[in-house]
Design a protein around this ligand. Structure first.
Ligand SMILES: [Zn+2]
Ligand SMILES: [Zn+2]
Length: 264
C-alpha cells in the first residue's frame, strides 16, 4: 500500500517522473529520447512494458520528446488536455485514436488505486498543467514550469508528503548570464519559470506537518547550480522557520540520472 516514485530526469534537457502503486505505474512526461527513457526506467528497476499510461503536462519538447515513441513501442494510452493535444500532436508522430485520452485542468481521475488531480499553471504553453497524486492518505505534488505560484495553486498542493518543485534559476546568474534579453525576460515573466527565491517563498507557504521530502527540480543548466539552489531555498525556509521545528529533507534532481526509487 505504498506510493512509489522516482524523478527520472529533470531540467531543460528533459523531464520525466515515475509514480507507482501496487496496481498502477504511470509516467508523467517523457521529455528525453525513447532510448534514454528506457535506460532511466530500467535504472530504477522498472520494465517499460509494465507502464500503464503516460500523462503529459504541456507540449514543450523537454516534456514530450519520447512520448510518441514510448506510446507506440509499449502500446500506452496518453493523457493530456484538449489544447495540449492540439499543440503536441504534430510532434508525437502517428498515435492511434484508441491511445488518445483527455485529462483537463482541475479534473480528478482515478487510475486503479491511484487518484490524480490536475491543476493549471501560468507558463508559455497552450494549456499547461501539473498533477497531485493521492494514494492511501499520501500526497505527492509535481509542480514545475510555472511563471509564478498562485494562491489557488498553493491551496491545491499544500501539506503534501512529497514536493517535486521547480527551482529554475538564480536571478543574478540569469541577469548576468549570456542569454539574450528577450529570453531572460521570458524566463522572468509570469509565464516563465520559478527562481530559487520564489520557490523558497512558495514552499514556505505550502510545506506542512506531513511534508517529509522536497525535491528541487527543473534547474537551469546555465543559470543555476544544485548547491546554490539548495542553499538559497534552505536558507529562506530556515529564516521563516518553515516546518515549525518539524523535519523534512531537501533533495536534488538531475537532468540525466534518476533519483532513488522511494516509497512514501
Ligand atoms: Zn520544462
Ligand atoms: Zn515548459
Amino acid at each position: 500500500m505504498t506510493l512509489q516514485y522516482s524523478v527520472l530526469a529533470s531540467g531543460s534537457s528533459g523531464n520525466a517522473l515515475y509514480v507507482a502503486t501496487d496496481e498502477q505505474r504511470l509516467l508523467i512526461d517523457a521529455g528525453l529520447s525513447g532510448k534514454k527513457m528506457d535506460e532511466l526506467l530500467k535504472s530504477i528497476g522498472c520494465s517499460p512494458k509494465e507502464l500503464d499510461a503516460i500523462l503529459v503536462t504541456h507540449e514543450h519538447s523537454d516534456h514530450i520528446k519520447g512520448v510518441g515513441i514510448l506510446a507506440r513501442k509499449y502500446d500506452l494510452p496518453i493523457y493530456a488536455n484538449a489544447k495540449t493535444w492540439q499543440s503536441m500532436e504534430k510532434d508525437l508522430g502517428t498515435i492511434s485514436t484508441e491511445q488518445k485520452f483527455h485529462f483537463e485542468r482541475e479534473e480528478v481521475k482515478q487510475f486503479g488505486d491511484l487518484q490524480v488531480e490536475s491543476f493549471g499553471v501560468s507558463h508559455d504553453a497552450a494549456e499547461p498543467m501539473f498533477y497531485v497524486f493521492h494514494h492511501a492518505g499520501k500526497k505527492l505534488v509535481l509542480a514545475t514550469d510555472m511563471g509564478y505560484v498562485s494562491e489557488r495553486i498553493k491551496g491545491t498542493i499544500q501539506n503534501a508528503d512529497v514536493f517535486i518543485f521547480e527551482a529554475n534559476h538564480d536571478i543574478n546568474m540569469l541577469r548576468m548570464g549570456r542569454y539574450p534579453w528577450s529570453v531572460k525576460r521570458r524566463i522572468l515573466s509570469d509565464v516563465g519559470h520559478v527562481s530559487n527565491e520564489d520557490a523558497a517563498y512558495a514552499l514556505a507557504d505550502v510545506i506542512g506537518e506531513k511534508t517529509s521530502r522536497v525535491y528541487l527540480a527543473h534547474l537551469s543548466k546555465d543559470n543555476n547550480m544544485k548547491d546554490l539552489a539548495r542553499m538559497t531555498v534552505s536558507q529562506i525556509l530556515d529564516e521563516r522557520d518553515c516546518g515549525h521545528g518539524h523535519q523534512f529533507s531537501l533533495y536534488d534532481t538531475d537532468p540525466e540520472k534518476a533519483t532513488e526509487l522511494t516509497a512514501v
